[in-house]
Ligand binder design. Structure first.
Ligand code: HEC
Length: 450
């Protein structure tokens, strides 16, 4: 064989093999890059999914019970519209409103009962918690993420009640609601109230309210759903943020729901309803013993005197509802709620900056134009006070943004109790109480007094 030709072939073969090796190596490294990008992406997704603290404090020593985890993997895209079974019913018809509420309640408990409201484990549909409600003396406790609600004064829960009781609650939104929360909190360091123009039709929120009262004073609580919660040992007025905390048994007393229903756009855009637990009723699980107290889709702005009829609400007149109290002039409210208010009244104040208290201003006389500002029909997306941005009836968005700003206004190291690096106990709160509020004047609360 001709030697130089052989050498030429070898050289060509060598070059070809080198090209092949290079190609294989590049393909491999590209694949590796892709997989490492994927893992970085999933790490980022994970980080993104847990940007907000879960609770005000870390679990106490030797705690072996459940620990709350904030469901915060908010949808990035607008969720595809789900079927809304409640749309079969007209909320404003006397013979349909109870079916409307029952259908919403069924939707809310589906998949959540099985997991005891660990939203991340729901296999039917996703639900989300609002961030920044861990902050302050009423912030989320570590067991179930409950926030401190208005305390119940004697006789409010039942005629036999003599003590004042603490109530604690946790609320959540379905995917359309979670999508909006995610938009507002897209940048965890700069919540943006302007990021949305109202919640989309089909948004649903449910809130479970638990009381420390038991059957001794509130007999209808017999057999109710019980949860442990890390709450104050003693109720103090005003709340003492340094008060001793204890794990106590709580009982489900009230279940609130709010539905963004575009059929009501001309009035408020929302339908609010509430249930109370009644252990005297027949039924298997505690959820079957929830009886609707009523429904409201408007604030009845014309009903300004006692006895004026309500045209934008129904109140259940059945004896299945235990003896409790309603809101102002018979408007809808739950047993735990402020009797001078109503669901839609209080929620209509949701805005940023918070330029109005949640209940009629001090000094305003019932029924006067000033008082009736709290009983207007404010449309979805319209603010309560001029110059503020509407947060569309979501007080969880309002209270979260408010807490974030209060924290932000303080020295960060004294503030938020982030997972893993808890703040010194209530150090920030002491400062907060001394500091003059810089951006807003009204606390977002179910009870301005307690
Ligand atoms: C005086 C004020 C007040 C009244 C009355 C009131 N709420 Fe609320 N509600 C709040 C506050 C404050 C929050 C946010 C903090 C929280 O969840 O604890 C809230 C949260 C909620 C949530 C969670 C979603 C959201 O909008 O933030 C639902 C659902 C809800 N309330 C329904 C109701 C229903 C139904 C009624 C009437 C039966 C009612 N509320 C009466 C103050 C009130």
């Amino acid at each position: 064989m001709h030697i130089p030709r052989l050498v030429g072939r070898v050289v060509i073969l060598f070059c070809l093999s080198q090209i092949l090796v290079l190609f294989v190596l590049r393909t491999l490294s590209a694949a590796q890059e892709r997989s490492s990008a994927a893992s970085t992406h999933s790490k980022m997704a994970l980080r993104r999914a847990h940007r907000f603290p879960d609770a005000a404090e870390k679990p106490i020593a030797n705690w072996s019970g459940p620990v709350f985890s904030l469901s915060q993997d908010y949808p990035v895209w607008k969720p595809v519209a789900e079927s809304q079974p409640w749309k079969k019913y007209d909320f404003s018809k006397e013979d349909e409103w109870k079916d409307y509420l029952a259908s919403v309640l069924h939707y809310c408990v589906e998949g959540n009962v099985e997991t005891d409201w660990v939203l991340q484990k729901n296999t039917v549909r996703r639900w989300y918690h609002a961030p920044w409600m861990h902050w302050g003396p009423s912030g989320r406790e570590f067991i179930h993420g409950l926030t401190h609600e208005r305390g119940s004064r004697p006789k409010e829960l039942a005629p036999t009640q003599v003590s004042v009781f603490q109530n604690w609650a946790v609320g959540m939104y379905n995917a359309p609601g979670g999508w909006v929360i995610g938009k507002v909190w897209k940048d965890a360091d700069h919540p943006d109230p302007n990021a949305f123009k109202g919640f989309p039709d089909g948004t649903v929120s449910i809130k479970l309210l638990f009381t420390e009262a038991d059957t001794t004073e509130v007999p209808y609580l017999v057999g109710s759903k019980e949860w442990d919660a890390y709450i104050y040992d003693k109720i103090e007025n005003p709340i003492n943020p340094n008060g001793v905390r204890k794990v106590k048994k709580m009982r489900l007393v009230q279940v609130d729901i709010a539905v963004r229903d575009s059929r009501n756009d001309a009035i408020t855009g929302w339908v609010f309803g509430t249930f109370t637990y009644n252990g005297a009723l027949k039924g298997g699980s505690p959820y079957e013993k929830l009886v609707p107290i009523g429904i409201m889709w408007g604030n009845d702005p014309d009903a300004s005197s006692p006895g004026d009829p309500l045209k934008q609400a129904f109140i259940n007149s059945s004896p299945d509802v235990p003896k409790q109290h309603l809101g102002w002039n018979g408007r809808l409210n739950g047993p735990v709620d402020n009797p001078m208010s109503s669901c839609l009244s209080c929620h209509s104040t949701s805005e940023w900056p918070v330029n109005a208290g949640t209940t009629p201003g001090q000094g305003a006389q019932p029924g006067t134009p000033e008082w009736m500002k709290w009983f207007r029909n404010i449309k979805s997306g319209e603010a309560f006070a001029p110059g503020s941005k509407s947060l569309d009836y979501s007080l969880q968005l309002a209270s979260g943004i408010q807490s974030f700003n209060q924290w932000n206004d303080m020295i960060m190291s004294l503030g938020g109790a982030f997972n893993g690096t808890p703040a010194p106990p209530n150090a920030g709160l002491k400062l907060l109480q001394k500091a003059s509020p810089s951006r807003e004047n009204y606390p977002v609360t179910r009870d301005p007094e307690m």
